[in-house]
Every structure is written in structure tokens, then in C-alpha cells.
Design a protein around this ligand. Sequence first.
Ligand code: LLP
Length: 416
Amino acid sequence: MDSFQYRNGQLFAEDVSVADLAEEYGTPLYVYSRTHLIEQYNTLVAAMADVEPVVCFSVKSNTCAAVINTLAGLGSGADVVSGGELFRALRAGIPASKIAFAGVGKTRDEIRYALEEDILFFTVESEPEVERINECAVELGLKGRIAVRVNPDVDPKTHKYTSTGKKENKFGVDLSRARAACERAAALPAVDMVGIHMHLGSPLMDVSPYVEALEKVKDFCLEMKAKHATFRYIDIGGGLGIKYRESDEPFTPAQFADAVLPHLKEMGLQVVMEPGRFIAGNSGILVTRVQYVKDNAFKRFLIVDAAMNDLLRPPLYEAYHEILPVTETSETFFGDVVGPICESGDFMARDRDLPTASEGDLLAVCSAGAYAFAMSSNYNSRPRAAEVMVSGDRHQAVRERESRDDLVRGENIPEW
Ligand code: LLP
């Protein structure tokens, strides 16, 4: 959270007062630090410099064009998971040659789009998908590149909803079936089998699952490399954890590099990485204004103007997000920060010590740069928040607040 610091008791985003931003753009408001994005990207690339990875920013974590464009400017690629994300990544300036397309349910339409754009590769999640990509490529007279996503059955020790590399998950092909899947792909006329992909889950706070997974796939990769001239990539996915609370101790990029580089060097393949949260997570805050202070017999609720439609992580994963007062205070109360949505799950913080605040005060929900706006919705017919990017003392709305008209765009009432 280095880019969000207090100065004379006021929270700043880089060199801009958060209260001024709230005044100018309204609340709820997402604020992103461009400097933080750049630092995170550069730190990771520097730590992994020995293998010169292709870093594909995981666009699902933050779909904001200004964020993607900032990273494109640093040389980043993109990990996309739908035709929509592919469209966003290309539009924001990521070259197709650095885009990896993942996801268990790619439609023919999405596959054709990606083939026509000539992306880096598809990470394929099942045997039928290999056949489908081949068929689409034959139809178009093109050739697709594919990396088979291997499910290494490693426990990432994260929330059950965000764990992806265990055998009971829907993702990837079991290691026991991967050889057959790769051989089949290699034999098809319109696909090149260019590597393997893994993504264990998210967020990981420990490097050992990565090491375990690499140890499991290493011999297989060396075998494929020896057999197939096209086989040249190992995509190690994303999942690098970040600090959500003071006591969190995620591994550093240097610790990550120390743990994985020996294995990667032994394989001698081009490394691809897909970090999302590591780059964007602590680049953002969600600024919200207290509407009411409500006490009941048990506890106090701060009712704010942001809600679970803006930030779904606390109700969905019981995720912890630090909450800071925009005007510094050391006074606290025990209770909840909740939104106006008609669900008991609509909370940003529950049963904990929180900064004391009154009606009209501003709060900053921290670590809201990844899987925050990107997972927002219009539930309860709430227009989505605006997004602002800050760089030094500059700031700009990079996505306008939705209007009520936006809420009903495309809706029709039948004449009958
Ligand atoms: N690559 C693949 C194939 C993925 O599925 C994901 C995330 C990533 C990369 C990026 O993971 P990251 O580096 O950001 O951890 N909504 C959840 C997280 C879901 C992650 C889904 N896949 C949350 O808010 O925690």
C-alpha cells in the first residue's frame, strides 16, 4: 500500500488527496495508482530476469483499459479468458503475439476470433477443446498454437473457490492424461503443440505449491521438448499472493524466483507468467462515504455508499480488506461496514475493530485493485462506480460512473 499514505492526517493516493478525488468524482470511487502498477510489474520482471519471462497480465483481475495500457507500455502481455477480455486487451494496446487465452469453455466464436488475431497460444483445458480448435483452424485455413493446461493435483492452500490445480477442480488435464492430450494435439494438422500451462490457484502465500508442481511436470516437459520441435513454452500461471492485512507475509518476487528458477532453468523452455493480483491488487482502493451510523443492541454498523455489487470479495470468499479512514483517526469501534443492498451478505468488514466514523466521512477499502471493480455488477440497479487513475499529482477518470440510463441500455418492453 505504499502508494496510499497519510500526509498531515489525510490519506493520499500518490500526490493527490483522496478526499479531493472523492469531491471531484463522487463516491463510491475506485482509485488506482499507476506508479504502484509499474513498480510491481518491474519488480517481478527483474526478479525473474534470468529466464526473461513473457509476463501476461491476468486481465480478469482488472479490466480497466488504462491499467492494461499502462502495463502494455512496459512490455506486458495478457492472460485472457473470454472473447471480451481478448477484445479489451487488444484495444488497450497489448500485442496479439503476447496474449494467452485460457478458460474451460471457449466457444467456436471466441476461438475463431483468437485464431484470426493470431494470439500467442490457447491454453487448452480438455481433449475436446483441442479438437475444436483444430476444426476452427482448418475452417479458417489458419494454424493455432496450443499449450495443454496440466492439472498437477497440488494443494494451493487457498479458498476452495479459488483453488484450481487440484484433481477435483474443473481445470486442466490430469497429468496422467496429459501425454495423450499432447500427442493427439501434435498429430493434428491445424494446431502446433507449443507447451504446457499450469495455474494452481489464487492467492498463494507460500512458494512450495509452485515448486511441487514444477517437480511433478519437469520430466514430462523434458520428454515433450525432446520429442516435439514445436514444444517451447512453460506457462506457470499466476496466483502470487499480496498483503491484505498487516500480518500477511506473502513471499517476495525474489523468494519466488529463488524457488522456481532452478527448475525452470533445468527445463530450458520459454517461461510465461500470468500474474494479476500481484500487479494490480494493492494498486487500488475503493473510496466510499458513510451514509448512516446505525447501532443495534449488539453492535454498530457503518452504512456506506459502496456495496457488494462494487466489491464482492468479502461476502463471496470472506475476504479481508483493510479499511482506512480518509481523515486519520486512532479511535475505533467494534462492528461492521455494510452497504445498502438488501442482503445480509452485503458487508465490506464484519465483526472487527474499525475506524470510528460519522455520517459524511470517507473510508478507503484497501487492496481493491484486483477482482474488485472487475467483479462488480448492477445488482439492486446500482450504477457501477467510476474509476480514476493517479500518477504523481495527475489524476483522470478512466471510466465514468454509470448513469441510470446505462442501467437500462439495451432493454426493450415488447409491444405486445
Ligand atoms: N491465470 C489463470 C489461468 C487464472 O485462472 C488466474 C486467476 C490467473 C492467471 C491470475 O491469478 P492471480 O495472479 O491474479 O492470482 N476472484 C478471486 C480470484 C480468482 C482467480 C481466478 N483465476 C478473488 O477475488 O480472489
